[in-house]
Each structure stands twice: as C-alpha cells, then as structure tokens.
Design a protein around this ligand. Structure first.
Ligand SMILES: Cc1cc2nc3c(=O)[nH]c(=O)nc-3n(C[C@H](O)[C@H](O)[C@H](O)COP(=O)(O)O)c2cc1C
Ligand SMILES: C=C(O[C@@H]1CC(C(=O)O)=C[C@@H](OP(=O)(O)O)[C@H]1O)C(=O)O
Length: 390
C-alpha cells in the first residue's frame, strides 16, 4: 500500500490518496474522525487547535461503508484557511502589494525547515517552506493511519500509545494490565501518560516552558499486540520491518531518535539480559519468556507485542529569542514571534501510533495480498495457525 499527501498548513485543505487497500473492508468516516480528534487533544498546544475541528470527507474508494479496491481519497479542510485566503490564495500579488511585503517571512527559525528549505528551493519568502514543513500535514497522515488501524483491528491487531517522558519528567509506570486499560487511562490524561504523579509534573513543566517562552520535547511509546509471527523479512534491507518502523517514526516532524524494545539500553547489557528465551506450549505454539527485543527479530515479527519508542525534540518556534539572521538584510535578529505550540508530545504520540499502524498494515497487505479483504483475513489466520503448529 502507499499514500501521498498534499496541502499547506494554511491552505484550503489537506488531501491524501491511499492505494492498495483490498476491497470489502468496512470503513466509516467515524473510524477516521475519532483518530483526528485524538490528535488534536493534548496539553501544551497553541491557539491553532482551537480554530481547527478536524473532520474527514471521504471523496473516493468507499461505498456504503466498504472499500471498493479503488484508491481511497480523504480530505480534511483547514478552518484557518478563511483567515489566509489572500496570503495563501492562487491570485498573484503585485510585487509592491502591501500585504506581500508585510507578510514575507525572511527570518528563519533555528531548528525548523525554514532556511534549508529556502536555500534548496530558492524561496525568498520562507512561508513557501514553512507551510508544507508544518506538522499540520500529520493530520492526513493520521487519517491514512486510521484506515490502517481499522484494517489491523479487523485482523485482531490492537495498537495504542503512551507518553513516557516530557521535558525530563519520566513516567514510572512501565506495566499495564491490557492495551484496553492503557487506552482508557491515556485517553483521560491531558498528556497521555500512565503515571498520575508524573502527569502533574509534566503539565507543570509545560506551563513553565510556556511561561519562559521556551518549549520542551519528550518520548512516546507505541505498542501493537496481535501481529502474527513472521511478518517482514530478513532477505533484503528494504524488507526489514524494524527498519520501516524506524523510518516511519523518524518521518514525524521533530522526531530525532527511535528505539525498538529496550533500544539503547541494550548497549550496556550482556546478551543473556537482552535476548528473549524461546518457549513452547501446545496452546500458544512458540513464544518468548520476555519481550526485550520489542517483538522483532531479524526484521520480522516474533508474535510478541511490537514496542517502538520515539524521541521528539522541543518545538523550534520560541518566544524566547534565539539568534538567527534575516535573509534579506543579513542582519542578526533575536526574536521570532509566530503562534506556536510549547509542547506537542501528547499529539505526536497519536501520530506515532498511526504511522506505526500504517507500516504494520502495509507489511500485512504486502505479505498476504489479496484483492478481497475476506481472503486476506483468511490468509492471516492461516499464518497464525501455521506458526502455532510449526
Ligand atoms: C504534532 C506536532 C506539532 C508541532 N507543532 C509545532 C509548532 O507549533 N511550532 C513549531 O515550530 N514546530 C512544531 N512542530 C515541529 C516542527 O514541525 C518540526 O520541528 C519541523 O517540521 C522541522 O522538522 P525537524 O524538526 O524534523 O527537523 C510540531 C511537530 C508535531 C509532530
Ligand atoms: C496546525 C497544526 O500544528 C501546527 C504545526 C506547526 C509546525 O510548525 O509544525 C506550527 C503551528 O501552526 P500555526 O502556526 O498555524 O499555529 C501548529 O499549530 C496541527 O497539528 O494541526
């Protein structure tokens, strides 16, 4: 499966076209809208989230609640567009038009795509860069992810996420009873954290950063249960599922690192404390005593839960001045005032969950391909039986 997205942050809409979904899979706009609403929540976001109320319009590929096998087209409108029609519209502006002169962005923010994007594409107005490099685009990535999540759910694969750290405050809750329980707690937490003590401290850290005109980052963890074993491959670099998951996480705006299972902790531990012992029972087939490798060995699923973490750097747009250079005057300046989030880690957890869902669903569709969803479902079930009886 593949998808592309189009659209600018303050343009009329964001669009995605998803190709390769089998026919006959149930899909409703509510499946997608639930995920879009989850992405909009989260403590620490700026005023833009009050303007937007993201809802999807299905414009192709679905009829009466089922996929047709044709490309699925999804559209999410930007409510903010109505305030930007002149600046972001299609009518050319006269070179001396006051609006253009006033609004041209010539002051690159350290840590954002502004300067590199301007140099790469030759834009003297860095709005042409920031409009697309903005994480507003993650709205339709979540829409595509919601479709993938629906496919996984139909196959008995359950996926969730939580925030494990914000601004140096770490959650001390590592265990959870079930993913359903984890979901319930995180949906009711403003920072999507399992630890109520840490939650308060995280919110304080966000308030403090905001007060100081600063921003903070954090760590999110995604867990997927129910993947059949043997999905992905070791035979070629671009078929390894762990590599695809790492790439998906790194593609999220502001994400700077990925861990699978215990991740970087593995560097300081002996092999006997890293590798997961293999056990077998008639009922379960093969399974691992522990899951330190996060459900992936040799680029393939082990059948244990998939565990992927990602680290998000602090938001680059700051009210607190950082030095930069105006590309027109070449003069240094130290203030960059744009409306901005002070922490988007809770929202990014939802994005991470959805990009992981996309990769898992893609790997399944690739491996058990059928144009008909019912057949794909049977093939996945056959794989589970085969692995259990192997
Ligand atoms: C959900 C989300 C919201 C974000 N909000 C902002 C924001 O309000 N202001 C900002 O400067 N960056 C924000 N970012 C981060 C920038 O989009 C990101 O730093 C930028 O695209 C540059 O890419 P890079 O950090 O991956 O190099 C956000 C990221 C995510 C995932
Ligand atoms: C719009 C979203 O996030 C935006 C991501 C973003 C950035 O630079 O990445 C900058 C901000 O945009 P604005 O300047 O319009 O407030 C965020 O609000 C969203 O997540 O839907």
């Amino acid at each position: 499966m593949r998808y592309l997205t189009s659209g600018e942050s303050h343009g009329p809409q964001l669009t995605t076209i998803i190709e390769g979904l089998p026919a006959g899979m149930p899909l409703h706009d509510t499946d997608i809208n639930n995920e879009l609403a989850r992405r909009q929540k989260g403590y620490g976001r700026g005023r833009r989230m009050q303007i937007e109320k993201d809802t999807v319009e299905i414009v192709g590929g679905i009829r009466h609640g089922y996929t047709l096998g044709s490309p699925v087209g999804l559209v999410v409108e930007n409510n903010d567009w109505k305030h930007w029609t002149k600046i972001m519209g299609q009518e050319p502006l006269a070179p001396n038009e006051e609006d253009e002169v006033k609004r041209k962005v010539t002051r690159p923010r350290p840590g954002h795509a502004d300067l590199n994007g301007a140099i790469k594409y030759g834009h003297r107005d860095m709005r042409n860069v920031l409009e697309r490099s903005s994480a507003r685009e993650t709205t339709v990535r979540v829409a595509a992810g919601a479709v993938a999540k629906k496919l996984l759910k139909e196959l008995g694969i359950n996926i969730a996420s939580h925030v494990t750290e914000i601004g140096g405050v770490a959650s001390s809750v590592k265990a959870y009873d079930s993913l359903e329980n984890l979901k319930e707690i995180t949906e009711n937490s403003p920072v999507r954290c399992l630890d109520p003590e840490a939650e308060k401290k995280m919110m304080n850290a966000i308030d403090e950063a905001k007060q100081q005109g600063d921003s903070i980052g954090g760590v999110v963890e995604v867990i997927a249960e129910g993947m059949p074993s043997g999905v992905g491959s070791y035979v070629h670099y671009d078929r390894k599922l762990d590599a695809k998951l790492a790439s998906a996480i790194m593609s999220i705006n502001a994400f700077k690192g990925v861990e699978i299972g215990i991740g970087f902790e593995a560097a300081s531990k002996p092999g006997s404390e890293v590798h997961d012992e293999i056990l077998w029972t008639e009922e379960r087939g093969y399974y691992r005593r522990t899951n330190r490798l996060g459900g992936l060995e040799g680029g393939m699923t082990t059948g244990m839960p998939i565990i992927v973490r990602g680290v998000m750097k602090p938001i680059p747009t700051l009210y607190k001045p950082l030095q930069s250079v105006d590309i027109e005057t070449k003069e240094p300046f130290t203030a960059s005032i744009e409306r901005s989030d002070s922490c988007a880690v809770p929202a990014a957890a939802v994005v991470a969950e959805n990009v992981v869902a996309w990769e898992l669903a893609s790997a399944i569709v690739e491996q058990f391909y059928s144009d008909r969803f019912e057949t794909l479902k049977e093939l996945v079930e056959q794989q589970r039986t085969f692995a259990r009886e192997f």
